[in-house]
Design a protein around this ligand. Sequence first.
Ligand SMILES: *Cc1c(COP(=O)(O)O)cnc(C)c1O
Length: 372
Amino acid sequence: MPALAAMTRQRLEKLEQESLRRNFVISEPEKGIDVRRNGRTLVSFGTNDYLGLSRHPNVKKAAAKALERYGAGAGASRLIAGNHPYYAELEALLCRAKNTQAALVFGSGYLASLGVIPALVKKGDVVIADRLIHSSLIDGIRLSGATLCRYSHNDLNSLNNILNNNINNKTIIITETVFSMDGDLAPLQDMRALADRYGAWLMTDDAHGFGVVETPRVADIQMGTLSKGVGCYGGYVCADKETIEYLKNAARTLIYSTALPPAMVAGSCEAVRMILDGDGEVLSALKKALLFTSLLNLPQAQSAIVPVVFGETEKVLRASALLEEAGFYVPAIRPPTVPKNTARLRFSFSALHRDKDIEKLAQIVKDVRCAC
Ligand SMILES: *Cc1c(COP(=O)(O)O)cnc(C)c1O
């Protein structure tokens, strides 16, 4: 066997032994919220398309019209010839949604994070981040060269202590608004007060909040994605005019990457407009999650995400398989996506879920928790 294949095979075997090997499964969207996997139709609790906007007729129509008019690809980066007219429309809508002077759309949420953080801080500066922030933010911080300090999850005392130890540094505090694997909310008002007391900046990632829960718009830098509640693809950052103008000149993932396809940006425009107008069943993803947590006597859902922690990876894989047998797709989330010994089922609720499916699911989850 060639040396490269021998090495990668060995690594795969190690992952396999730890129940950490991952594989693609073909997932074909079917009617409503259903998905076809492994030859069976399942009710999906694994999508971040919280409002069902990815398949909303208005969003599809807007995307199709743009595709017809401008073609499949943007053809160049935004600073060259790729800045098609839908961008200005989308950025104006995002300013409205986030109550900021300016907005800037990136290729994805991941690219926004990798572009924005290194543009603002560098070696010698300090980033103070919640212990549970998303890997895309961690990668942005690493790329910047800034020193990363992590505070205990949503713990203001822990944050305060770290701020106090870094009084002389240029500092950004980074949190998610809605935590992606736990579904809980950051104490943003209190964090704003702490940031002001120490002269630090506050940056939030609203990937799982936008369109689902209203969170305080108090951060200096509000980033997020167009790929979840908005149902399309892309990332964004909203801030004051100067910061956005600077990012156009300094965020390398924006400068050196091709603009998003016109159809994607046009689709996002329509979806954001619907969220702003309160059309797309806004907030009802939360209602579905609340039904589930009340049926199972779990702590009340704060967002569309509800975790049920099993601890060991083998257990959670079995639980996920049992749910699949019963007709439900619920992804098992394992380390390194979540901390060791906190492997979990992650239920994502959507406005498209039917109450009767949630009732059936809750009953089966009760049985599965006993069996695993
Ligand atoms: C999904 C996600 C991202 C990445 O967004 P993409 O547009 O999918 O690249 C960033 N941050 C958080 C918290 C996320 O959950």
